[in-house]
Each structure stands twice: as C-alpha cells, then as structure tokens.
Write a protein that binds this ligand. Structure first.
Ligand SMILES: Nc1ncnc2c1ncn2[C@@H]1O[C@H](COP(=O)(O)OP(=O)(O)OP(=O)(O)O)[C@@H](O)[C@H]1O
Length: 262
C-alpha cells in the first residue's frame, strides 16, 4: 500500500517565484491497482510522481510504502521499491551501452554493490525481451542508442519492471513517441502490469488512455486530487462524462480532450 497523507510540495519557498505545486494530497493506492492520473498543465502530476520517487522533498505530509515511512528517504534508497519510466526515452537508458548491458544495470537497481541478483543475463534477458514482441532478443548486443524511440521506451519499461518492486511510476512515458509506437508501449505497459500484478501510477494527457487503461483514474487540479473514480462508476464513464465531472470538480468548463493540455 502506498499512502500519501496531506502531501505538500512548494518550490522556491519564500521567493517571488514561490509555487505551491502540491497543496495537501491524500491518496491511498492498494497493491495491484493501476491508477491513471490526468489534469491540466501545472496541476501537479509530475510533482506528485517526483515526490513518490524521492526526486523532490515534501514541505509537509508523509509518504508511506507498506509499513515504512519513506518521506525522508533519498531516491537512491527507494530505487529497489519504486520503478520509473520517464517521458523521454533517452533518460532511462544509456545510449552507448548495448541492450544487454542496459538490462544488466537494471538488474542491479537499488541493490548494494556485489549483491547478486537472480538475473544473470544472457538467456534470461532474451526471454524477457521476447515478451515485448519486437524481435529485440536477437539484437542484444546492439547499442541502445540505435533503437527507435518506441523500441527504446519498450526496453525502458522492461528495465523498470525487471525486478520485483512495490510501485511503478510512468510519467507520460509515451508522450514523446509517434502514435503507433505510443499505442504499442501503452499496450505493453498494460500487459506487463497485468501479468506481474504490478501497482502502477501513470500520468497521461489523454483522457481516452486514462479511461481505457488501469483500474482507477484520479484528476489532479491545482495541487490536490480533485476527482477519484474507480469500479462501476469508472467503467460507465466516457470522455464527455469525464469532462463533465472535471467541470463539476474544478468549477471550470472544458469542452474537449485537448482542453486538458491548456
Ligand atoms: N523544479 C521546479 N521549480 C519550480 N517550479 C516548479 C518545478 N517543477 C514544477 N514546478 C511548478 O509546479 C507546478 C506543478 O508542475 P507539474 O510539472 O507538477 O505539473 P503537471 O501537472 O505535471 O504539468 P504538465 O502537464 O504541464 O507536465 C507548476 O506551476 C510548475 O511550473
């Protein structure tokens, strides 16, 4: 269980450029839930994920993962428990290293030096790559920098999910891809999450994707969770109905999926 309690993040405290990016987020995510996160630009979605991975420090509130209070843990200490795929394919991988070498690095994530892992490489990595259905198992010595954005992001996804973890964080991880590659990486994300029973928090700018994937959708607005839908209520929702709920929750009128972008 991930539990965020009254989480506040303020940037540039006490300066004229102070921004209260999170203003009291309360959120419980149970094991196996796949939560999609939507909201307008600047609503606090990325800041929420950054606080969970430990890249930004909350000014108030707590973050608990299972029984542990991880609020003050640095990102490096959370790495074994929290997997992350970034928006930009280059960020999660090392372009000059081969696919196999990147996977070997991922197999050591959050483990102490010299600490052996169950994954030793070779055949095991090939089997994992085959799961992507992109033929990359036959190109394991190819430098990852030579792959297309979609292929590279698929490998990033595999790297983030290689070891057991408590939560996987996807921060608009298909936004930099062309539509076909984005659709492929999204469906792989859903397949891997389903097969491995992962707990996932995924930020997206597409309301369609937010409703089509996962088990629960939250709407961030001005630094808080303004809407939280799951179960039967969510199954019945389409984009117009979600826009209506968005309007009710925020007091602002939006009339298309694209409005979420502005
Ligand atoms: N490192 C930072 N320093 C100062 N302000 C920041 C920083 N990161 C984010 N902010 C500000 O915090 C607010 C929330 O930003 P955040 O990136 O979390 O929003 P978002 O919902 O992810 O937006 P988008 O959809 O545009 O990515 C914005 O006003 C943003 O300008």
């Amino acid at each position: 269980m991930l539990r965020l309690n009254d989480l506040h993040v303020t940037f540039n405290v006490g300066t004229p450029t102070e921004v209260r990016a999170l203003r009291g987020v309360n959120l419980d995510i149970s094991p196996g839930e796949f939560v999609t996160v939507i909201g307008s630009n600047g609503a606090g979605k990325s800041t929420l994920l950054s606080a969970i991975v430990g890249a930004v420090r909350p000014s108030r509130g707590t973050i608990k993962l299972g029984a542990q209070d991880i609020t003050d843990w640095p990102a490096s200490k959370r790495a074994a428990d929290v997997g992350r795929v970034f928006q930009e394919p280059r960020l999660g991988t090392c372009g000059s290293l081969s696919i196999e070498e990147n996977l070997a690095l991922a197999a050591k994530r959050g483990r102490r030096r010299g600490f052996s892992t169950a994954l030793s490489g070779g055949r095991q990595f090939a089997d994992k790559l085959a799961r992507l259905g992109l033929g990359l198992e036959d190109r394991m010595s190819t430098p990852i920098g030579l792959l297309s954005g979609g292929q590279r992001q698929a490998v990033s996804l595999l790297m983030a999910t290689l070891l057991p973890m408590k939560i996987l964080v996807l921060d608009e991880h298909t936004a930099a891809l062309d539509p076909a590659a984005a659709a492929k990486v999204l469906s792989l994300s859903a397949e891997i999450a389903d097969a491995d029973g992962l707990t996932v928090l995924m930020v997206t700018h597409s309301m369609g994707d937010a409703l089509a994937l996962g088990t629960r959708t939250i709407l961030m607005d001005r630094g808080v969770v303004a809407l939280d839908v799951s179960g039967e209520e969510r199954r019945k929702l389409d984009i117009p109905a979600l826009l209506q709920l968005f309007g009710k929750a925020t007091g602002r009128v939006v009339d298309s999926d694209q409005m979420m972008l502005t």
